[in-house]
Design a protein around this ligand. Structure first.
Ligand code: GLN
Length: 264
């Protein structure tokens, strides 16, 4: 078995450590004997490279880099991403990436950046004087399909822990929220929503990086990708996640959320 993990613009969109998501997926697959081809989708890469991707990973970036990426994505690459997400390809998109998948992003300075319009959401930066949304973020996954499947995997309410650092505020249209904020800002610091979930695409403001801190989500992505590719419902062998779980516990304790500690 083999999975092709596409990594969107590692050179331009690696400002916030989200490369950890790609490494985590790769390693957790390899530990289960699944071969991984990690494909770096930088600017010089042709649109055809997007065609066989099984899982797509996109990280955060600064406003200027987002604009360059958006120009490069327009056209054939955007169309393939749209088709694949609509067809159920799993993906994890953090911070700057979901802003690009929405209708538009209004940066702190300069012109509106048109997005791909795959997710029904818009993002706006209130301007260079506005304070950024920075800090640890904790939320419960409420997106119904994902919450149900994570619960089936772990037997627990799925609680995600991460770290957010964004100036833009995201407002959802019809797209389902990924979760409900317990601590932090989430999408905009106003409506209590965090991220978005569409087909099997996870959009979130949670860096951390997200997947090493929440290994069940990494396994959900792998399982969903294998299901899509091989049409075979398979259960991944359990791994020893005791260090990750201890790290989660330490952070819940520090945030006075001890009762939330879960094995996610
Ligand atoms: N540039 C965007 C913002 O500040 C995204 C930041 C990020 O990806 N962390 O909102």
């Amino acid at each position: 078995m083999e999975l092709k993990i596409g990594w969107l613009y590692p050179k331009l969109m690696s400002t916030y450590g989200d490369r950890g998501n790609a490494i985590c997926l790769q390693q957790r697959a390899v530990w289960r004997g699944i071969a991984v081809n990690l494909i770096e989708l930088d600017r010089q890469v042709d649109a055809t490279a997007f065609e066989n991707i099984d899982i797509l990973v996109g990280g955060g970036a600064q406003d200027r880099q987002q604009e360059i990426v958006m120009r490069d994505l327009q056209g054939a690459k955007a169309e393939i991403i749209r088709q694949k997400i609509e067809a159920g390809m799993p993906g994890v998109f953090t911070c700057g990436s979901p802003q690009l998948l929405g209708h538009y992003y209004e940066p702190a300075l300069g012109k509106r950046i048109e997005g791909l319009g795959i997710l029904d959401l818009v993002s706006k930066h209130p301007g260079p004087e506005a304070s950024r949304c920075i800090g640890n973020v904790v939320f419960e996954v409420t997106a119904s399909k994902l919450a149900t499947e994570l619960k089936a995997m772990t037997g627990q309410t799925p609680i995600v822990i991460g770290f957010e650092n964004h100036g833009g505020r995201t407002y959802l249209g019809k797209t389902e929220a990924l979760g409900k904020v317990i601590k932090g800002y989430g999408n905009n610091g106003e409506d209590g929503t965090e991220g978005a979930f569409y087909h099997n695409a996870i959009a979130t403001y949670a860096h951390g990086p997200l997947l090493p801190k929440n290994p069940a989500i990494a396994d959900w992505l792998l399982q969903t990708a294998l299901m899509q590719k091989y049409q075979d419902k398979m259960t991944l062998r359990k791994l020893d996640d005791s260090l990750a779980l201890q790290a989660r516990q330490a952070m819940f304790n520090r945030l006075n959320l001890t009762s939330l500690a879960t094995t996610l």
